[in-house]
Design a protein around this ligand. Structure first.
Ligand code: MLT
Length: 207
């Protein structure tokens, strides 16, 4: 059974095929990324979720262990929960669940990544800002025939993410059938305006 997540849904002002799925970073909420959505044009519905795993009161999309590693059982559980919830919302709000484009930052990028690994055919595309591979011990065998495009934007100075780990993660996504566009940001874990520009350019190229 799933738990309802807090969310905001904004239908496009013109008929829209795609829905931008916004997934915030640790300590954020469903309002965080909302101002960025308008950069992607008016022909998009927007669905923004709030993670329901709390870490010292800070919302996340899945738990971390005391060691700092991801709690992979929890990653799997909450990914299934979120997918069930998104299906429910697609009926309630009337968007096409097969036309979701995820935009995730940090922990939100990692939830988007968990969707790619566990539900490889679900998303129509994904933007991963400062991603880390969400499942390492429990990597599922996965494969997509949709060949969706994934924009992968690590920060080259990110102290949280090893470049070699980013390379492995990118290779894994490619191997599963995603069309990977890697664009390294001259940044740490923080986002730059360039990240948004790259994401918007990628979006207009693919949708
Ligand atoms: C974070 O603090 O959000 C991490 O860098 C990413 C994660 O925990 O998923």
């Amino acid at each position: 059974t799933y738990q309802d997540l807090r969310y905001i849904y904004q239908p496009a002002r013109v008929p829209a095929a795609h829905t931008l799925l916004l997934l915030h970073g640790t300590g954020g909420d469903e309002y965080d990324l909302l101002p960025l959505a308008s950069h992607f044009g008016p022909a998009l519905n927007v669905l923004s979720l709030r993670g329901n795993a709390l870490e010292n009161g800070m919302p996340r999309f899945f738990r971390r262990l005391a060691t700092g590693h991801f709690d992979e059982e929890d990653v799997i559980f909450r990914t299934h929960e979120l997918v069930q919830f998104v299906h429910l919302l697609s009926e309630r709000e009337g968007f096409d669940v097969s036309q979701l484009v995820a935009l995730g930052y940090s922990n939100g990028a990692n939830m988007a990544g968990a969707l790619l690994l566990l539900y490889p055919e679900l998303l129509a595309g994904a933007i991963l800002w400062r991603p880390m591979q969400p499942l390492v011990r429990h990597v599922p065998a996965f494969c997509t025939n949709r060949h969706q495009s994934v924009l992968f934007q690590p920060g080259i100075e990110d102290s949280l993410v090893q470049l070699s780990a980013s390379a492995c993660y990118a290779a894994l996504l490619k191997q599963g059938g995603f069309e990977l566009h890697r664009q390294d940001a001259n940044a740490g874990h923080n986002l730059l305006h360039n990240d948004l520009e790259a994401a918007v350019a990628w979006f207009y190229q693919h949708f």
